[in-house]
Write a protein that binds this ligand. Structure first.
Ligand code: OAD
Length: 232
């Protein structure tokens, strides 16, 4: 039997134990900031300083954070599993990379990347971005955080859908199942007959779509699951 193809989707919950705030838990980021102010293109046009400050603060926090046992277990699975593993994250931090993961698909963008709103050139973001920063390629004063805001199209969808279409196992970790298209990946995986598993502290909005759930902290549940996968 060939090793199964696995698609792993991660969300803010996997980075919670590394000290990065989630969005929708009590006291989460969306309790402290209005989504329309800091996570939409309209919010950025209205008040670019507020949005730039918001992501500068998150970038500074992420730069100091270290991966936890869940990130490390996934990186280990990537090196030891014989079959395909597609790692998709909604997170804009780089904790999967810091744990040693390769080829992480950042469908909602990345804090360490800057994007030119004029020519779409990308470059490594400085720790502190400033409003109206020049694009190093076209010189337009149009730098913005390379984050997919509400109303924008997530990145790498074609690649993710291809991976889901040949998945044997789909696992969602630390995501509340509130934001589409990611919340719909479980349905795509089910459609091709994949086994589906959720590992979350609280059941996500789409929990009924999963075959199985392992509630708990990602740092505890994920290493156990990885050990089982590697034991075959
Ligand atoms: P949410 O904040 O919506 O959900 C985080 C989930 O993680 C919740 O279901 C928690 O129960 C769970 N959780 C918290 N701590 C955990 C732990 N230690 N171990 C396991 N699970 C834990 O975050 P996301 O689902 O990632 O998009 O949010 C999706 C998108 O909404 C984000 O990418 C962001 C946001 O708006 C954009 O900004 C475009």
């Amino acid at each position: 039997m060939p090793a199964p193809s696995i698609v792993i989707l991660t969300g803010a919950g996997i980075s919670a134990e590394s000290g990065l705030g989630t969005f929708r838990d009590e006291g989460g980021l969306w309790a402290q900031h209005r989504i329309e102010d800091v996570a939409t293109p309209e919010g950025f046009s209205r008040n670019p300083q507020l949005v730039t400050d918001f992501y500068n603060a998150r970038r500074a926090q992420a730069a100091k954070a270290t991966p936890n046992a869940a990130h490390r277990a996934i990186a280990l699975l990537q090196t030891r599993h014989g079959g395909a593993i597609t790692l998709v994250t909604q997170n804009v931090d780089d904790l999967h990379e810091k744990a040693g993961s390769q080829d992480v698909i950042h469908m909602h963008g990345a804090l360490n990347s800057a994007l030119c709103a004029h020519c779409e050139h990308r470059w490594p973001a400085s720790l502190k971005m400033s409003v109206g920063q020049d694009c190093p390629k076209c010189n337009a004063p149009a730098a913005r955080p390379d984050i997919v805001w509400f109303g924008e199209i997530p990145y790498h969808m074609e690649r993710i859908e291809k991976a889901l279409a040949r998945a044997d196992i789909f696992v969602a970790i630390g995501t509340s199942g509130n934001v589409y298209p990611a919340a719909g990946f479980v349905q795509m995986a089910r459609h091709v007959g994949a086994e589906t598993l959720e590992m979350n502290l609280e059941p996500g909005e789409n929990i009924n779509l999963f075959d199985d759930a392992r509630p708990g902290k990602a740092s505890e549940t994920v290493p156990i699951w990885v050990e089982e996968m590697l034991a075959g």
